[in-house]
Design a protein around this ligand. Structure first.
Ligand SMILES: CSC[C@@H](O)[C@@H](O)C(=O)COP(=O)(O)O
Length: 365
């Protein structure tokens, strides 16, 4: 079934609003994802430090969502203290970028967004587009909104391209939460084709692994899909192989935190295992991501895989499940080599191997 971006915008309205910016009072409100699905609470943030801390504590998480959040974090660098000159403003933006970029290292969208905001500010000052701090703040507010709006359009477009890979009655296996909570728009990347399919009356269901240790699958993906009325089955992470072996899965669709120019895909821990099993069993494995997730500069050796608090593994939401003090290794992302990736679905189209040639071709077109 074919649908245009304009038609889809009429048909599909996201139900969740994880990121809300109050333009009059310069307050960023986040739906606290660390409390979901048990409590629906919001945090109000006014400074880059508060925003960085919320990213670190995963009140907001997911690559595009932390990018959008950080973009508004850059705005608050100028609205939360009294800055009177453009020189002071640039100094404050540079400091905020350092604070925000440090919050989480693996998803490239974060530093992509802060760099974007800083570059925009420098350019506008240098070419005379802004003449004072008030004009700079207005410009950066509209830049942050543009990042949000373009993300939503990119996801709708990914949903349209991803539809090519979905047939009526399909079941899609995912990993983590690469839905609208993870992107801040309410739609998502990996879940976009599923949501678009459902909006068009095509029946699709999702299998969501719980995604230990933080449980993005059981807490967030299940919550999000149930909110949208999309059938979802929760499995433990250890069930991934069996559901594929038993032909219960037609395709695997995951998000990404960073995609390198040769097609290495960084995503939530457990993704690599899904990709290898899918490859072995002949099930197509797709990564879905907007342009802001591509990193054409770095190679595998440069990328830091975030390691989080060992207590995330020793406990489940505060309840001990292992002897106290046991040594723990808790990397929260892994990297899937290109040979296991059947296609990368972006807003500019689907990229197929050989990735070392085709990624640049698509991005630079
Ligand atoms: C559209 S989100 C893509 C990825 O950011 C997502 O799959 C993921 O790994 C999120 O990890 P998280 O640690 O929850 O921020």
């Amino acid at each position: 079934m074919k649908v245009s971006l304009a038609e889809l915008k009429q048909m599909y309205k996201p139900k969740l609003k994880p990121i809300i910016w109050d333009n009059d009072n310069n307050v960023l409100t986040l739906l606290d994802q660390s409390a979901l699905p048990f409590e629906t609470t919001y945090v109000n943030l006014k400074t880059p430090e508060e925003i960085a801390s919320s990213i670190k504590l995963m009140k907001v998480r997911g690559a595009p969502a932390i990018g959008i959040t950080a973009a508004y974090g850059m705005v608050t660098a100028l609205t939360s203290s009294s800055i009177s000159t453009l020189d002071e403003a640039i100094k404050s933006l540079n400091n905020a970028k350092k604070v925000l970029d440090k919050a989480r290292p693996t998803a490239v969208n974060l530093s992509w967004a802060t760099s974007n905001m800083l570059t925009k500010a420098n350019e506008a000052i240098n070419n005379g587009e802004v003449k004072n701090v008030k004009e700079l703040i207005d410009l950066l507010k509209s830049e942050a909104k543009k990042i949000f709006d373009e993300e939503l359009d990119a996801e709708l477009q990914m949903g349209i391209y991803g539809l090519e890979k979905i047939n009526d009655g399909d079941t899609v296996l995912t990993q983590c939460n690469a839905g609208g909570l993870a992107t801040g728009t309410g739609l998502g990347t990996a879940l976009a084709p599923v949501k678009v399919a459902q909006a068009l009356g095509i029946k699709v269901s999702v299998i969501a692994p719980e995604t230990r240790p933080w449980l993005q699958g059981s807490r967030l993906t299940v919550y999000e899909l149930m909110t949208e009325g999309i059938p979802v089955t929760l499995i433990s992470d250890t069930t991934v192989g069996l559901v594929m072996y038993k032909n219960m899965v037609n395709s695997v669709m995951v998000g990404a935190d960073r995609i390198l120019s040769d097609g290495h895909v960084y995503n939530k821990i457990g993704t690599f295992k899904e990709a290898v099993i899918a490859h072995e069993l002949g099930i197509p494995f797709y990564a879905l991501a907007p342009m802001s997730t591509f990193d054409l500069k770095n190679t595998v050796n440069d990328i830091v895989i975030e390691e989080r608090d060992p207590d995330e593994v020793r406990t489940v939401r505060g309840v001990p499940i292992a002897p106290p003090g046991v040594k723990v290794y808790n990397p929260v992302f892994d990297v899937t080599p290109p040979k296991y990736v059947s296609g990368i679905i972006t807003e500019k189209g689907i990229i197929y191997p050989p990735y070392d040639k085709n990624i640049r071709k698509v991005i630079e077109k």
